[in-house]
Write a protein that binds this ligand. Sequence first.
Ligand SMILES: [Zn+2]
Length: 594
Amino acid sequence: MSEPILVAVAWPYANAEIHVGNLTGSYLPADIFSRYQRLKGRKVLMVSGSDSHGTPITVRADAENITPIEVYHRFHEGFLELFQSLGLTYDVFTSTHTENHFNVSQKIFLALNKNGFLYQESQEQWYSTSQNRFLPDRYVEGTCYICGYENARSDQCDKCGNLLEAGKLIDPKSKIDGSTPELRETTHFFLDLSKLEPQIAIFLKERESYWRQNVLRQSLGQIQSDGLRGRPITRDLDWGIPVPLEDQTGKCLYVWFEAVIGYLSAAIEYGLITKDSDAWKEWWTNKDSKSYYFIGKDNIPFHAIIWPAELLGLSTTFDEMMGSENPSPLVLPYDVPANEFMNLEGQKISGSRNWAVYGRDFLSRYDPDPLRYYLTVSMPETRDSDWDWDEFYHRNNDELVATWGNLANRVLSFAYKHWEGVVPDPGPLSELDVSLLATIESGFETVGKEIEAVHLRSALQEVVRLASEVNKYLDQTAPWTAIKTHKQNAARAIFTAMKAIDSLKTLFAPFIPFTSEKLNKFLGYSDNLFGTQSVIIEQDNLGEHTVLRYHPETGKGEWKPSKLKPGMTFNKPEPLFKKLDQSIVEEERTRLGK
Ligand SMILES: [Zn+2]
């Protein structure tokens, strides 16, 4: 029952504010999944961090005339603030600019080199004659030679999702000054994907029965069309992790290669922070461990093909380099539940056009649970979805407030008033009472199954359906009128409803933890369902870096039906959610500039 679960979450580039599309794409589903697994009593490690190298950071630093490290720090601090206020419970949210991550990434490079999965080759790379330097792929944009999309980066097309060969880009332009770059020869290390292809094919085959269709299509598609080809893993750059070999001055590890290593290095950092240096092995060399990668569809090739290829190529060499006496291979991804994209009011979200709803800005006006709720019911699990302010308003008022919040508040207020804060004694339960409780309790099975399959939309829909069953039950039993004529009948109905609400509190908890925690207190429990979060400061040879931590110790919640008993005391409730005024729809659309 306590198998270790690694929850690996996409690393945000520390060069832009996080918007609702990012949240619903990977960060929020990862948190819902982690909270559920913790309630189930499993050993969860949820890791991620700021991707602080990549050229998006140097592009912004150049534009603002500041250093890349200043850019990374500014956005990283914003991420930590957002994740705490939205309750995203990373066990470790760190960054790629740490000594530990440098060490781990360099070891991976050396291990792959030792095992014969790297080779050197000279290739043509875009060179800017106006700047006298090689341009990183993201500095060059042009037309995709596969699908014709006009704003493709020279290494990847965001429209069709394919990885691109730089030299084939049509009509290339430098993002710095708009000039046309030229191709020049430079020598780089390549990951030998063709040599690893047979192992990758087996890896994918073993997961074919349960992976999402979009993920399988993109990954199997690449193998079946023309096979895998080597990919460069070094670049001519000065901001990043140096290639750990002599005569490689001016070359760094390519950001995509080292950023995915972050899932491993963050687990190792967890061990360093908790003073248990072998802790990472629980999730990385233990065969019972399962790892889930929460990412957006633009990252599928990196997580379904290239990262597994790196892990397969390591064999037992990395663990050996970490000093293990019985070195093991590293655990391969169990699932990669990649989401599609969320649009905004019918148009693609765009930071550069400022067409976005940003997490921190949203939370300056609204509570976190309504955001978590709306982003879950409209999560782009199988197709693109849309953020629509009118729908947000309706989902809040008609579902969160009307179906769930009012139910909890009405029953608890009524019980508090008529039984003075003591759970009433129901006497013998009727068939209807027993049947309602059985229905609600079955949710621990049905909702749990959906979450384990990472079908979070249908999981939450099922919880809401169960809540409406309690509303139907109250319509039938009408304790509000029975109280005047048959107080015992009212006691029975209220006891049953309270027990159902107590169970629903737990079923809702992974999705809307803040209000579930509040309700837990109203119901008279002194323990918390979940643990706490804090930011710590770590110091190493690269300087200081801040890490968001989750401390599970004080979380006592369990994925189990209510144990509420007559005679237990409870507290005066308050409304869980705010009803929104319809005027917010126009206000928010105006704010967007619509
Ligand atoms: Zn394309």
